[in-house]
Structure formats: structure tokens, C-alpha cells
Design a protein around this ligand. Sequence first.
Ligand SMILES: [Zn+2]
Length: 318
Amino acid sequence: MNFDFKDPLEGLPPLKTDICDSHVHIWDADAFSDLEKWGHMFGVKRFMGIAQPDVKKTLEQNGKASDIVFAYYLPMQAFAEKKPERIVEAVDEAHSLNYSLTKTWFGPRQIDFYNTEKLVSIADPIFEPVFSRIEDYGLPLDIHVADPDIWYSTKYQDSERYRTKTQAINEFNEVLERHPSLKVISVHFGSLPEIHNLIKLEEIFKKFTNFYIDTASTKWIVRELGKDPQQARDFIIRNQDRILFATDLSVGWADRSEKYFPTRYWAQRIFWETNVRKVKLPFSDEDNLNPPTFINGLNLPQSVLDRFYWQNAEKFFK
Ligand SMILES: [Zn+2]
């Protein structure tokens, strides 16, 4: 089996639930129609969209308010440069503009993007007013905490500069400890989809009842969980209430090939819904040190798919 652009649903079982894509980036209101078109084809009826205020406003004027739950991107530069007042102002704006969530990103590359002297820790007490304000408003936080294990052993070998993945994860856990009512989605499977990390991830689920994860970044998730489909499947079944389907697709930022949307939706649906083995991922995975990346399907039970595709998002974003 292979992805076929002429028949993009090939190999997929009939879908028995609606899908919410709980992590997309909408940089331009007009560009949303591409994502919407391809999403609909694969059964996506709702999106959690990260969008700037002007983009959100235009989409609402275009009648899209009921299709999109909006997240406000907090200023990353203000985190990198340790300017909490600026971030608190942004949280206030998110609240006053009726956003449903806040979003932030804490990848180690922050230090390269903003050319700061030292990579900041999310647990730095200077950011306490930010998380307290988010918690006070009852705004959930969608957050990128760390990067693939592979990156730490390739691009981030300088652990003085980029710090370690364990540090990043532990520091975010400190924030969760201080803010027990803060509801979070830690994206990319909590940054821990590597099979050996699932034990750690399950401990976090047990410790923090407001902690959820999404399945965004198709290649990272499919590559790592697919290394041991049985363990991955058991893990998802045990934690089925805390996982939200998502892609991290992005529209309006850069020109994308027409295959960008359908290949991600197809690969994820094949991965979750079927028991295929060694189907080639239909797009490149430059992170894989032993290419190509294959899809080894998890064949999740229907009751789990119902939660994971729709009910968990419905509950979380209500
Ligand atoms: Zn994202």
C-alpha cells in the first residue's frame, strides 16, 4: 500500500466518528480554506487553530467561528528575553479577545532564534506571574516543551548551550506542580513519544490530572510509536482519556506542495486505524537516522478512536 494523490482515502477504513484536529497554525485567514478542504475530506469537522487576533477576527467574520477553537500565541521573544510583563499583557489580551487557549513554545532553538546569552528555564520564578494569570483566567495552555531525542544527540550535543531534554521536562513539571489547576496540552505526545520515554510520560499522567497530550508532528509520532506498535497501542488504551488527535499543519506561512495536507492526514489515519506493517511514510523524514520511515499501524479499538478523535477534544475545549 502507498499514498495515492489520485485516491487520497485509499486504504482507510470507513470513519465512524467526527475528527477534531487539535493543533493547527493559521497564519492567514484566506489560506484556511486549503486546510479546511483537505481536513473535511479526511473527516475533520473542527480545528484548534493558533491564530493572531486579526486572523481570528477575519475568520469569525467569514462565519468560521463554530469550526475553530482559537489559541493565542504568547510572545516567544518575551520568554527568551525574560520580559514577563510583556507576556502578562498578552495573556490579558487573549482573555479580552475571547480566546479559548494560550499557546507557547519552549524548544531549545529559542536560544538561536533570539540570540540570547542563556537558554531560559520555564520554571524560572520570573515567569510565575504569567502562569498565575493564565490559571486565574482558566485559560488552558498548549505548550511545546522539548524536541525529539534524536535532536539532542545530533543538533544539541552542546548541552551547556541547549540544556538536556530531562531538564526541560522536569522544569515544566515544576510549573505544573505550582499550578495544580492549570490545564495543559503538552504537544507532540508530551515531547516523549520515544518508546523508552513512555514510562516517564505515564508517571506525568498519574501525577498531574490536568495534563493532556496531542499527536502532532506526524513523522515524529509515527516514527517513534511505530517502533513498538504493541507497547504504543497498550499505552494509548490505558491513557485514552488524555490524548488528542492533532497534526500541527500550518497554513499561510510558506508555500506548500498540494500533497502537504493529505499526506499527513492519510499517514496518521492509517497509523491509528489499521494494522499495516512497513508502509512507507509518504513524505520525507529528514530526522530519521535509518531511513526510510515506515508506518506500522496501531489498529486502535473504535471506542478509543471515538475519544481520541473527538470526545476528548470536545470535553477539553468546551
Ligand atoms: Zn505547532
